[in-house]
Structure formats: C-alpha cells, structure tokens
Design a binder for this molecule. Structure first.
Ligand code: SF4
Ligand code: SF4
Length: 204
C-alpha cells in the first residue's frame, strides 16, 4: 500500500517543476505531435482517382460520384470530414501512397457542414461500346507507365497513353453492334472486350 503512495508523491513533485502536461489552447496555438491524425486531404498532383481509399474507408466518409453526363465525363471524390473517424486507412492504402494524407488540422468546429468537404475531380475514360466507366484517364496513364512495354497487351492502355502523347488520333464514336474483331483496337471496358474475344473464339 505504501509504494503506490510514494510513487504518486514523486509524480506530484515532478509535475510541480515540469509544469502542466496540457496546453493553453485555444488561448495559445497548439502544435500537434508528428504522426497526429487530423483532417484528411487529397493531393491534387499525386491522386489518380482510383477510389481505393473510398473502398477501404470504414466510415464510408469518401464519396465517389461518376458523372458520365458531364463533358468531359468526370469522377468526383469527396471526403466528408463530418463522417471521418481519422483512422488513417485512406492514407495507408492509397495506391500511389501520396494521393491523400492526414494533416495536423484538428480544429474543424463549424455550424455549416458543407464546409467539411474536400473534393477532387478526374476525367473519366468511357467504354466506346456500352458507355461503362473504364477508369480515370490519370489512373490508366499511371498503369501504362507502371507496366512499361507490357501495357501494349491492352489496347485501352495503349490508346489512352498514345492519345496523351498525341501519337494516335481518337477513334470515331460510331461503334458497330455487334462488336467485331476490328473493334478491339478501341477503348473498351473489360465486359465488351471479353464479349468480342469470346465471339471470335466460339461464335454467337
Ligand atoms: S481517415 Fe479513415 S474514416 Fe477518415 S476518410 Fe480516411 S479512411 Fe475514411
Ligand atoms: S490515388 Fe490514393 S487518394 Fe487518389 S483515389 Fe486512389 S487511393 Fe484515393
């Protein structure tokens, strides 16, 4: 029984000389320590719009909206800070590692929830046949660069990459149905590409 009492006394004496552990915030600015998990924000330069962060977010705080009616079609990713639980999974699992990060900002008190948003937009690449979303242009370019010469196994990647270097003319929109072998050299989603290959092999 005596030992804990002595320990508490030692702590009390030490605290007198060290001063309080608490800070004087909000009367003085508070600087959070390194590794502090505050408001999460996208990095416009690095994010490729792959939406992996939204898929791992346990609080469903990252909204993904694919606006295919826009010209050009866009993917909008929005972090809702009022739903975020500051777990850091988005940063930890980001495909490019630096697309989103948790800042040291912690003071987000507001009466207007619309202020608690961080949105980023990416141009979408659409399947020339069915109109399905293939991915963001930046994601496809990132993949093509990662794959190097192997990207030439996938026409969608070649066309997107070569198109960005202005080496290839964009294809006309007039896709003939049913899809035939000559349509393989277009930007197609995986379902449409599979349909063409299967039809080539086994017919209708
Ligand atoms: S910190 Fe966690 S809860 Fe907040 S956006 Fe990232 S994954 Fe979602
Ligand atoms: S690059 Fe990172 S931050 Fe951007 S959408 Fe993908 S996982 Fe999220």
């Amino acid at each position: 029984m005596r030992k804990p009492k002595l320990r508490e006394l030692k702590e009390a004496i030490r605290a007198v000389f060290r001063g309080p552990y608490t800070t004087k915030y909000p009367f003085e600015p508070h600087v959070p320590p390194d590794g502090f998990r505050g408001r999460s924000e996208f990095n416009e330069d690095d994010c490729i719009g792959c939406k992996a962060c939204a898929e791992v977010c346990p609080a469903l705080a990252i909204e993904v909206e694919d606006d295919t009616a826009a010209d050009p079609p866009v993917r909008r990713l929005t972090i809702h800070h009022d739903k975020c639980i500051f777990c850091g999974h988005c940063e930890l699992n980001c495909t490019v590692e630096t697309g989103v990060h948790l800042t040291k900002t912690f003071d987000m008190a507001t009466f207007d929830r619309s202020e608690l948003r961080n949105t980023i937009e990416h141009e979408l690449v659409i399947c020339a046949s069915c109109g399905a979303v293939v991915g963001t242009r930046k994601h496809l370019l990132w993949l093509a660069e990662k794959l190097g010469a192997k990207a030439y196994a996938n026409p969608t990647l070649i066309i997107t990459a070569d198109g960005s270097m202005e080496l290839a003319e964009p294809f006309a929109d007039d896709v003939v149905e049913p899809l035939a072998r000559n349509e393989l050299m277009r930007v197609l989603c995986t379902d449409c590409r599979r349909t063409v290959v299967v039809r080539e092999l086994w017919g209708e």
